[in-house]
Each structure stands twice: as C-alpha cells, then as structure tokens.
Design a binder for this molecule. Sequence first.
Ligand code: ATP
Length: 619
Amino acid sequence: MTAITPKPFVGAAPSGRTRLIRRIIKRPIGALSLGFLIVVALIAVFGPLLAPQDPNLASLQKILAPPSADNLLGADSAGRDVFSRLLAATQISIAAALVALVVAIVIGVIAGLIAGYYKGWFDSVASWFTALIMALPGIVILLAARAVLGPSVWLAMAIFGILLSPAYFRLVYAAVSAVRSELYVDAARVSGLSDMRIIGRHILSVVRAPIIIQSAIVAGIAIAIQSGLEFLGLGDLSVPTWGSMLSDGFTNIYKAPLLMAWPSLAIALTCIALTLLANVMRDELERTVVVRRKRKRAVATATGSIAAVTESIGAVGFDDDLIVGVDPIRHEDDAHASSRVGDEVLRVRDLRVAYDKEGGKSIEVVHGVDLDIRRGEVHGLIGESGSGKTQTAFAVLGLLPRGGHVSGGSVEYEGTRLDELGERKYTAIRGRRIGYIPQEPMSNLDPAFTIGSQLVEPLRVSLGLSKKDAREKALALLERVGIPDPKRTFAAYPHEISGGMAQRVLIAGAVSTDPDLIIADEPTTALDVTVQAEVLDLLRDLQNERGMALLLVTHNFGVVADLCDRVSVMQSGLIVETGPVRSIFQHAEHPYTKSLLGAILDEGPARPPLGTTRTGGNR
Ligand SMILES: Nc1ncnc2c1ncn2[C@@H]1O[C@H](COP(=O)(O)OP(=O)(O)OP(=O)(O)O)[C@@H](O)[C@H]1O
C-alpha cells in the first residue's frame, strides 16, 4: 500500500536551532560573521574586567600619546587609555543597542500578535499608531528627547526602540494574519489548546525566523544610530561609547589619525557582521521553507489529483427547484438502529448560520437545522457541495470562519448549551469531549512541528498527562491507527508522511481524549481511493471499540450505507429528510434524497444488499 510506505527515518535529529547554527557555520561568511559577533559579545560581557587601566583615568602626560607598551592603542585627547576605553565602550554600545532592540521587539511583536490574531478594535488602534510612528521623523524626535530628557544613552535608545517597533509590528501582523486562517490553527483550537498556547506554539514559531533576521539588521542600525548621536556630541560624555570615541578621534584627526580608526573599525565591522549574518540566516531559513513547501505540495498534488476524481464520482448536481418545504421528512427508527444507540449526546435545534456582508447586511447559509446525534451512533450528514454541511459542523464546533456567526437556534451537548458558553468553557469541552477529523489532513498539521509533538501537546493540556505518559499514549495511538512504524512517524515532520498517514495521525489525535462525539468532515475526500477504504474501516473499528458517537459529513451515499446508523440529508442549508439509513435507502421520500440515491444507482455498479457490504462491526 503506497500510502503507508514508511518514509526514510529522520532519526534523532538535532533541534531546529542547533541545525540552523550548524548550517550557518558551514558557510564561510556565516562562520566568520558569527565568530566575530561572539568575540564582540564576549568583550561586551568581560571587557571592563580585562581592561588594563581605568577607562576614565585621565593623564596630562599622555594626551594623544601614540601606541606604546603602556597604552596598546595610544591615549585620547584627555590622556585616557584607548584600549581600556574601547573594551568598556563595547559593553555600553552593545547594551544600548540591545535596549533599542528589546523595546522594539516587545512593543512590535506583542502588538502585532494581538492585532493579527484577534483583529477588532485593537487592530485598528495599533495600525493607526504604527502609521503615526512611521510618519514621525526619527532623528528630530531623538534630538527633541535629548533636549527635554537630557543626554542619557539609555533613554535615547529606548525611544529609538519605540520608533523601530513598527518594523516588527508589520512583520508579525502580516505573518499572523496569514497563519491565523490556516486549518492547523483551527485544528489546534479544536484539540482544546487555549489562544495563548496557540499563539505561543503555532504562531510564534512562524514569526520567529523573520524576527531573528530582522533583529540582526535592527541591531546594526541601532549601533549606527547610537554612534551617530554620540558622534554629534549629543550623548553623555562621561560614558565611554564607540560614538563618543569616534567624536574624540574626529576632533583630533590631524594630530592623532589612529584615534579614529579603532572605534570606526568596531562600529563598521560589527554592523557588517550583523548584516552578513542576517543574510546567511535568511538564505538558510528560506531554503528550509522552500524545501518543506515543495515536499508538502508534492504530497498534496499526489492525493489531490485522485481526490478530484473521487469528488467527481461522489458529488452529484441537483436543481434548486427540488427543494420542498422546511420540515424534514422523519423516518421512524427501526429496531436495528435503535438497538445500538442511546440518548442524545448532541441536540441541535433551528440552527442558523449567517455571514456578515458589506453595508451591515448578512447572508444566511444554514436556515434552521435540527439534528440529534445519539450516544454511540454513526450519523451521516449528506448533501451536495455547498448545501451547508461544513457550516453546520463548524457551528457545532464553534469554529465558524471570520464573519460567520450562529444567528439563531441552539447547540446542546449533553444538556449544556454550547452556543451560550464562554470561549474558555467551549474550548475545554471541545478539547476533551468533542473530537474533530478534518477534510484535508496535510493542511491541518503544522509543518513546523513533528507529528509527535502535535499529538503530545493536546494530551498534556487536555488530560494533564506528564510528557512521558503523553508520549507513550501518543505512540500507542499511532500504533492503534495503523501507522507501521510509530516511533519513526512520531519523530517525522508532516511533509515526511503520506496523506493517508496524516489522516491516521489526525484520527489518533481526535480519539486521544476518548471523546463522546467525533465530528468528521469528509475525512476521506483528499485521500487515495484505496486509502479511503482503510480510513473508513479504521473509523468504524474505533467507533465500535470506544462506543463514541460519530457525525460523518459526506457527499457520498456509499459511505453512508457502509458506516452510518442514521442519516440526515441536507440541501440548500436545510435538512430535508432524516432517519435510519436502512429506512431511507428503502423508502426515500424527498425528491432530493431520491435523486441522490438514484444518481448512485445509475452511475455505479449495483450494490450488494445492505448489511453484506460491511466487512466488520456489528451493524
Ligand atoms: N466564509 C463564507 N462567507 C460566505 N458564505 C460562505 C462562507 N463559507 C461558506 N459559505 C457558504 O455557505 C454555504 C454552505 O457551505 P458549506 O461549506 O457548508 O458547504 P458543504 O455542504 O460543506 O460543501 P462541500 O461538500 O463542498 O464542503 C455555501 O453556499 C457557501 O457558499
């Protein structure tokens, strides 16, 4: 079976950060710039301790003295040892640049994350402030601040950090807005992760690389600007910095030209090293992303082409004029269906879903759905493309896309009104008691994390398991869902597994908390035909084994016949007929249901009698 052929083992791979550093070091420019910056950082930390003399000790005898054994790099216009001052200045210049960097990152990243993730009023206010700060002339603000607040290098750099923050805000905002609508973020919400965890885990991981690259560039700019201010004599003269040393050297350029060389070299080489390192990091990180995307696209294309064929087999077109009435036709339970199932686990009444449109209008796409899912039953929700199946499922999960909302009706889970619960309580129920299996397995796995970590995290959050227990449970689940080498898959990234394996992983995730209800939204649409059958078998076995209810969204009556106890037929946002599968197959009443069944019987080979199609289970 090609879909579950084991992929090459990635092995106990080093962490992403270690691999990135290794790749940077392999490139001569990367190794050189990183090496130089490490030396600068060491000097910044230990420089003052290594200084042979007090950097502020002036001596009239040594004014502008040339390099000698006593003063390795000579003495400045006040007779202070240039070497000692250079060591002390490195600490202050680097620390001042870090102040600007930290202020810019804290303001820009936090505001960008909140605005990009939650949008709303904060987005409008933050975007307005960003535009305002960007419109301000930075150097004028710094000069004005110096006049008002005094010559403190730290204050100047903190203000400069605020002026730099829009760069981070825009970067993070754009990345978060893009990632926010990814399916794996929705999947993480379904698995019970809080917004904070989703931001920390799935969203920060996406913006981390651009932030690191941007920081290398911004650090260089901060050093240059700070040195420029000091050079202009706007800094605190009592504090040794590269800029103030440069200013002193420039004043005495004719008498002691070497004085300018040392701080110039320090500033120039540090800024160049930061820029080169940023370039190498960008090349390396982008190369990784391109490789991952290529692999992911290759998998998606392989499964997508077959999915397109199965879609065309499963989907049937119908005329709108077949819609009759709002009240669904209800079939009485037969002994077979009612013997297997208990009371209702999910009760949906008059559910309406609407989307906001421009001009304050809204458009309703689900027009009052009633749906009962009983404990332990497999309930099919079938209908043509666009009939509102997914919107109904998402409304139950509380995962309607932006602009969509439940405009009427109620969703009750075990007697609790989900639509009236706050987000926190909803998340807790959704993570533990209701599982979700999505349509596109690949898009629902975060490409930045291994399969193992994506299974372990929800287990730890929802069930409070220790890391070790969660890992063991995840491995056992992978084995249970038929992954041939669980350990290998556990360590693999999503692009390293097939579409069928990805769907098995998501099924493992959905059942991991032993939920009472699983909502599976066309779980086989994106899979190879042979893998579809295996995945359906797996779902049926797990459902039998664990006795959970399953709401199976599909447009394929074959799947309904094979798996479901009861079915609700949906057309144009309404349920038009509902009842036990056997009864509907034998006595479909609604013209739409009849045409759905007719299309299958017309197009496909004759099905064996009901009941003999099942390879397992007790139905
Ligand atoms: N973001 C949206 N804004 C406005 N309308 C939407 C949006 N998403 C879906 N709809 C509309 O809601 C209706 C129902 O869509 P839904 O995705 O539930 O269909 P479906 O039955 O699941 O179809 P499929 O089998 O193709 O997934 C469609 O008419 C669709 O155009």
